[in-house]
Design a protein around this ligand. Structure first.
Ligand code: SF4
Length: 191
């Protein structure tokens, strides 16, 4: 992944959120997806929305940058279709007009929809600690930092309730782990 990201950066792209996994493992989720995107200028809807878009939203990446990146890399990304899908559905950045809830998930959904997690160094079912999937950790960080905003959204009630009921020490560990991941991304380091 690191080598691929370096090639994209040489081309002038900001791809910090692509550096999720082991750079030498072609079977990792982000490595395979982004190599596929680079080679074919295409990826499946679920891969765009639920993996790359999901990670960008969880990590708090500028939606305008995500929008521009999608336009740049996908051959079928015509802006009149791409913009509402990316800014509205994927990044929830249009004020909730198109989507009624943010399209975020932990590893559980990715594991159900793909076989990526079978080969991953992270544990898709691990919620905290060094082996925990970054999607799991960042998902809770996203819920925590937007708790007030989504407090009255009925579609977010279950996940907010789960977060609020979680043991305080466990929550603290997750938030600290998430802050480390985000700091690494900000420092342009591999997560
Ligand atoms: S365990 Fe997490 S990081 Fe690994 S492939 Fe699954 S969702 Fe991606």
């Amino acid at each position: 992944m690191r080598k691929f990201a370096a090639r994209l950066e040489d081309d002038g792209w900001d791809v910090r959120y692509a550096k999720l996994n082991d750079p030498d493992n072609a079977q990792t989720l982000s490595g395979e997806l982004l190599c596929h995107t680079r080679e074919h200028a295409y990826s499946h809807h679920i891969q765009r929305l639920m993996i790359i878009g999901n990670f960008a939203l969880l990590a708090g990446i500028d939606p305008a940058q995500v929008h521009e990146w999608y336009l740049a890399v996908y051959a079928d990304a015509f802006e009149w279709v791409e913009a509402p899908n990316t800014i509205g559905i994927s990044q929830f950045a249009e004020g909730g007009i198109i989507a009624s809830k943010p399209y975020v998930s932990s590893a559980n959904y990715i594991d159900k929809m793909s076989n990526f997690c079978d080969h991953c160094e992270y544990g898709s079912k691990t919620k905290s600690g060094p082996n925990a999937c970054p999607f799991n950790i960042l998902h809770w960080h996203f819920i925590d930092r937007h708790e007030q905003r989504f407090g009255n959204n009925p579609r977010m009630g279950n996940v907010l309730g789960t977060w609020r009921r979680m043991d305080g020490a466990k929550k603290q560990t997750i938030l600290e782990d998430a802050s480390k991941i985000l700091a690494k991304l900000d420092a342009d380091e591999v997560v």
